[in-house]
Design a protein around this ligand. Sequence first.
Ligand SMILES: C[S@@+](CC[C@H](N)C(=O)[O-])C[C@H]1O[C@@H](n2cnc3c(N)ncnc32)[C@H](O)[C@@H]1O
Length: 402
Amino acid sequence: MDHSTILFFSYKSTLPGIYSYVHMNINEQSNILITCSRGVSPFLEKEAAALGFTPVSTHETGVVVRGTIKDTYRLNLELRTALNVLFLLKEFRCTSPEVLYKEAGTVKWEDIIPPAEYISVVSQVNNPTVNNTMFANQKFKDAVVDRMTNKTGKRPDSGPERSNIVINFYWNDQKAWIYLNTSGTKLADRGYRKIPLLAPMRETLASAVVQATGYNGTCHFVNPMTGSGTLAIEAALIALGKAPGLLRSNFGLKHIKGFDETYWQELRKATLQKASKKPEFKIIATDIRPEHVDAAQKNAKTCGVDHLIEFGVSDFSKTAVPPGKGIVLLNPEYGERMGDKINLISVYKGIGDFFKKECSGYTGFVFTGNMDLAKKVGLRASQRLPFFTAEIECRLLRYDIY
Ligand SMILES: C[S@@+](CC[C@H](N)C(=O)[O-])C[C@H]1O[C@@H](n2cnc3c(N)ncnc32)[C@H](O)[C@@H]1O
């Protein structure tokens, strides 16, 4: 089950009763559902609040705020932990595919979608009258395309690519929601990770994990076992105050009819000006494998933050930790096979020794999906924050080192 499926089941209606009906005009305020990975919503909620949006509700995989389509510009540009920014168009009672077709056809799509735009529909369905999500997806798409053809005389192309107009349709029991996906592709796809290596951490999760350590650029940040460098790169973006949306050029919102290019450019400029902070403290990223350090360095260069990170090839235990205060964060392998796990016991034991011997004055963090291995660190964790990577439940463990 991916994040959005979980969201689908945990998402609570804003409808006061099942027979209520909400139909939004695109120029008015509506609910904006910002989705995220499980475990991340407390950080997303804080980020949204810092941008001036009061969360209406917070769920396991999303936060709801109120705003206009133009508010989604800022959310897409600035949020570090969000996956998709979804603008609610309609919420209705849905009892059959026929009702779905009829209701989806009442949205004024011709006011939202330019005539020649390509559309993509993402559906999630849990209703006894439908045993095939693809069928509901097709029915929904037909409703949109038929209305567009009737009103404009032109039939929009559609398909799976989330490169242009993206519409999310959720149908759970007898309730249904239609959202305009203003992000298009997931905001986690920042575009800097050209060399992902094996099983890298999703960028938005990495940012949430860095934020969970309390890092804000005002102390050193040390990241041994850096892999493709995601944690160090997200830390650099935070230290710089650089919004991740500045790294992307395409968003779903740019394809919506009436997209305000001037406002978008003004926002980008203002956001860019905020990124002028000069970080005073070190960010260090090391890995035992030279090819991983090389990949991390290239990814950081693509992101424009390579000059802020000191890279090095070394065993984690030999990473030079600068004197003073700081955060040291490791994401060791969890071990899929038994043999791996046995080898990893000494690695986890070594992390405890490294913290004790080399990291005094620092706060140590280990992000892992294996709690048995985590025990081998041999230190008492003062905090265990739950996160999820795909299906694996993980913890961010905090160690106060004296
Ligand atoms: C789970 S990956 C880290 C993934 C990373 N967070 C990312 O987003 O790409 C673990 C990394 O630890 C490195 N590693 C394993 N043993 C190590 C050791 N003894 N010292 C330093 N690095 C090590 C591996 O080369 C791998 O790149």
